[in-house]
Design a protein around this ligand. Structure first.
Ligand SMILES: [Mg+2]
Length: 393
């Protein structure tokens, strides 16, 4: 196997939405096309970075694309002749010191996604099937549990607008929804809490009062005091989960919160390496019988690293079913089905064209089946494929 060509570009995914920490008016994503050639022929794999981190054209151009292009063909090839993305990963990470993962994990993750897309295309199978065959004795799930993430703050959007949005998600076949809490950027927390309780109660009414169908997301805004104040107010609702209540790398405060809040806590979308995830597991006080881990393989060095994270979790007594990746993209959906995760996020209305799944795959009772198209399935999502086709030329 050898890398023939790598192309990269930057695509806008800006929108007017905001969570409690950032607005998305200047958000971008890196896109790549990686062409690989082997005895079985040639395939072009595509990759992009998940929302929430910006495009990384500089890191890609200066370090990771040249290193991938010079990867040793022997290292890129498994004994059975198939593509070994881990060989490309090792080439990209040559001369990178440990720690300080910063944004390089995003750049490497974009290329890693393309390598897995190419690997599956070269074998003529969908990525979920390749993963089940390589790592799970051939067993894949029939469908993945997905939930509709939205409920953003938006200029002029009131409770009516929030309810209309949630009704649209239920109409699309989702049974569980997620909304932002913690206030728009700049709103004092003392004003945010009563308003958020009104928003949550309104959405719960729509869900027949069933708290297990509603998750809330703080996007890391709170310190411990605010996280505990919200926890006390939220606990009676029995919500599906309370997401990123605290700074994602402040593990000790998570442990304190977990001592005081019995329902599930979710976090991890802003941890970008296996070692960071292990620190959360070691020191975050999270509970393997209920809490949710949202590490996003597209932002955290890709699937090669995510496999290490899953192995680490197993060693610490955590099931892969506790993992529900952030990002709402087809890459994580393939991983969820192929490796038996707990499900995947979904963004029905934001982050187009990168969010969302194949065009002809409906959500039924909150679950989605996978198409049989080779690779990750970008070709079955026309708006996204148009972007990649432009890049590949
Ligand atoms: Mg989140």
């Amino acid at each position: 196997m050898r890398i023939v060509e790598v192309k990269q570009g930057v695509a806008p995914i800006r929108s007017d939405i905001a969570n409690a920490y950032i607005d998305f008016s200047a958000m971008t994503a890196s896109i790549v096309a990686v062409t690989v050639e082997g005895d079985a022929g040639r395939a072009t794999g595509f990759g992009f970075n998940s929302n929430g981190r910006y495009a990384q054209p500089g890191l890609l151009a200066e370090r990771f694309v040249p290193r991938l292009l010079s990867a040793d063909p022997a290292a890129l090839t498994l004994p059975d002749g198939t593509l070994n993305p881990a060989g490309g990963w090792a080439a990209m990470m040559k001369n990178e010191k440990p720690g300080g993962h910063g944004e390089r994990s995003v750049a490497v993750g974009v290329l890693d996604m393309a390598l897995w897309d190419a690997a599956a295309k070269l074998e003529g199978k969908p990525l979920w099937r390749l993963l089940a065959d390589r790592y799970r004795g051939g067993t894949a799930d029939e469908a993945a549990w997905v939930y509709a993430a939205g409920g953003y703050y938006y200029p002029g959007k009131g409770i009516d607008g929030l309810l209309e949005e949630m009704k649209r998600y239920l109409g699309l076949g989702y049974s569980t929804v997620k909304m932002k809490i913690g206030g728009s950027p700049g709103v004092p927390l003392k004003d945010a809490l009563p308003e958020d309780l009104r928003r949550i109660e309104a959405v719960l009414d729509l869900l027949d009062g069933d708290g297990s169908r509603l998750a809330v997301d703080v996007n890391g805004r709170f310190g411990l005091h605010a996280a505990l104040a919200y926890a006390a107010a939220l606990e009676p609702f029995g919500l599906r989960w309370y997401e990123e209540p605290l700074d994602p790398v402040d593990y000790a405060t998570h442990a304190t919160l977990a001592e005081h809040y019995a329902p599930p806590i979710a976090t991890g979308e802003n941890l970008f390496s296996m070692v960071d995830c292990r620190n959360l597991i070691r020191h975050g006080g999270l509970r393997p019988d209920r809490d949710i881990l949202q590490f996003d393989p597209a932002l955290s060095y890709g699937l090669v690293e995510y496999l290490r994270t899953l192995a680490m979790l197993e060693a610490h007594g955590w099931s892969p079913r506790r993992c529900v990746p952030h990002g709402g993209h087809q890459f994580a959906l393939n991983i969820a089905v192929g490796l038996g995760l707990g499900g995947n996020e979904s963004y029905p209305e934001v982050f187009a064209p990168f969010g969302g799944f194949a065009d002809d795959v409906p959500v039924v009772d909150g679950r989605v089946r996978m198409p049989d198209a080779p690779g990750i399935g970008f070709e079955a999502k026309s708006a996204l494929y148009a972007v990649f086709k432009d890049l590949a030329g």
